[in-house]
Design a protein around this ligand. Sequence first.
Ligand code: NAD
Length: 424
Amino acid sequence: MKKIEKRELNVYSNVIRQFNKAADLMKLDSDIRKILAKTNNEIVVNFPVKMDDGRIEMFTGYRVQHNNALGPYKGGLRYHPAVYIDEVRALATWMTWKSAIMNIPFGGAKGGIQFDPTKCSFNELQRITRRFTFALGNNIGPEYDIPAPDVNTNAQIMAWILDTYLSTQPPHERQRCSHVVTGKPIEAGGSLGRDKATGQGVVFTTEQWAKDKGFDLNGATYTVQGFGNVGSWAAHLLKQHGAQLIAVEDVTGAIANLKGIDPDELIKYVEKTGGVKGFPGSKQIDHMTLFKTKADIFIPAALENQITVETAPLLDVKVIAEGANGPTDPDGDEILQKRGIDVIPDILCNAGGVIVSYFEWLQNKRSEFWELNEVDKKLYRLIINGYERVCDTAKKFKCDWRTAAYIVALKRLEHVYKERGIFP
Ligand code: NAD
């Protein structure tokens, strides 16, 4: 498995390269370009937490708010040792583009804490989450900035954030603030379909790609990197199309079985053991072999900068459905384009999460509870509309899909800034 080093993770420079390429091609207004090239606010908090053994540890948490021209800031929280300011800036910026492409009324933000949650107890995780929420104070809020799950955070963590945030509000405000986070447990105001939403979006966009290309998903093979929320749901849902999972990598290692790995059995195994390593019937492979495995579809669903000058030449697939944010760096992207490998870019492919977060937010605001099929139908409509906008823009500008996705987002933001003007 590839060791993740900080110098490899300067993903913010990737965002700026992607942004400049699209802005040049569409001739983005130069004033608006200056605005969107910067983040609005960057909050860094250092806060103490009492650990189980009584010792006090200091933690550093981030919340970067890139842009809110289209609506409240929105984006996940990541708990990982590699979290640092440039990564959070990049993730926040991608959130702005994602909501703009999908026509949902949110801006972009992201946050996280730099630590390894696998080394903490349940109670320590709870105290870290609550102290972080307290430290952020009114920098988050249901109509201002709404966090959600990301790498190593989940519905339980959202429930702690909700509870802590509500406890710091005046009593008469509390009942109308449950939309301060999304991705909550159902009982705490979550939406049906939010847990699978990102993986579902990956599969809806892959289905549409297959339809457009006249490609049959039944019998197709796929490989997945990252078997957490996004990777495991995408694998589970692709199985229902008759596609076959043949290799998977997570933080514990990589495994393969060319005769097929049952994603549902693998999900149960990972729940028990904490990782894919040692899954019965599979053989262990190394990181590079995962990339070399011939398949129809590759779903990166782990971290950034995985498809690079080193790994892009190895990939032997027809399409890459980017479940992760920023899995392909700009040099890797150029190689994929030259090699004729299609890419469904992250800001389109993994937007299912923010779309269903929007539905959860709406349900909370209206005190409603939607059926799962209603959520799925609405998700399908929004993400496929976004897909078609990107597809049409790629044709119009004769460009790759990532650049087209940026152009869709930038055009919407340019429009709004032109209408609203700049205060004063
Ligand atoms: P998760 O914590 O549930 O899962 C992450 C997975 O990646 C785990 O299986 C982990 O073992 C694996 N992983 C971590 N480091 C790895 C490494 N070095 N090599 C191989 N595998 C590694 O996180 P998630 O929510 O599934 O998020 C995965 C990706 O999807 C991230 O890029 C995230 O930003 C993006 N994303 C998530 C959502 C969401 O709703 N959760 C929405 C949009 C995008």
